[in-house]
Write a protein that binds this ligand. Structure first.
Ligand code: TMP
Length: 208
């Protein structure tokens, strides 16, 4: 039987460098002869496009509606027959995702009811737990500086107060899910990308 692929998630507040590190880890895994597929949430599926419209402010949604939309998109991310995590890992392909349910627990968990958001996500039979989560840790001030350097438009979640509260929530989400046995690593993201990538590669090597 073919080996089952691993499902690895990157998390962090905006500007933490997730996109870069996802790519560098993919390069590392491919150099080991593994097949890798990159994904992200919100996804490129219809459910993800609806979230992008809401995030841009084009379609106003309540915080509870947002929490439910992220769950819907996450289920699609799991079960889609072409780009779904289940289908790909069953083929032996590693899937690396930029964001997953940790983001919902941090953002929507803080904005609505943590227990409700957690139950919708962790309790869903169609939302799997990752094999590994890498949390790229950056102070909110460092995050805002990076965001304002690199982008023209700032989305609704990106202000200092919000980033501080989201980071704090992320750290408690990590504690909560570690207590349930999840493998989550906190990596200092305020360093050169290749230095961060080396640390991540050594963590991932122990899990594949
Ligand atoms: P990004 O493409 O920069 O990661 O933007 C996605 C935004 O969506 C980001 O601000 C975080 C937010 N988000 C949530 O609020 N909940 C979620 O479950 C996910 C996946 C993202």
């Amino acid at each position: 039987m073919a080996e089952i692929g691993r499902f690895i998630v990157f998390e962090g507040i905006d500007g933490a460098g997730k996109t870069t590190q996802v790519e560098l880890l993919a390069k590392h895994l491919r150099s080991l002869g593994r097949e890798v597929s990159l994904s992200a949430e919100p996804t490129t599926l219809e459910s993800g496009k609806a979230i992008r419209r809401a995030l841009s402010g084009a379609e106003k949604k309540s915080e509870c509606q947002m929490a439910a939309m992220f769950v819907l998109d996450r289920i699609a991310h799991n079960i889609d027959e072409e780009i779904g995590i289940r289908a790909l890992t069953e083929k032996g392909i590693d899937v690396i995702s930029d964001r997953y349910y940790y983001s919902s627990l941090a953002y929507q968990g803080a904005a609505t009811d943590y227990g409700w958001v957690k139950q919708m996500n962790i309790g869903s039979p169609e939302i799997r737990r990752p094999d590994l989560c890498i949390y790229l840790d950056l102070l909110p001030e460092q995050s805002l500086e990076r965001i304002s350097r690199g982008r023209e438009s700032v989305e609704i979640y990106e202000n200092l107060e919000k980033l501080t509260s989201v980071r704090n929530t992320f750290l408690s989400v990590i504690e909560d899910l570690r207590a349930e046995g999840e493998s989550i690593y906190i990596v200092d993201a305020n360093r050169a990308p290749d230095e961060i990538a080396r640390e991540i590669a050594s963590i991932v090597d122990k899990h594949i």
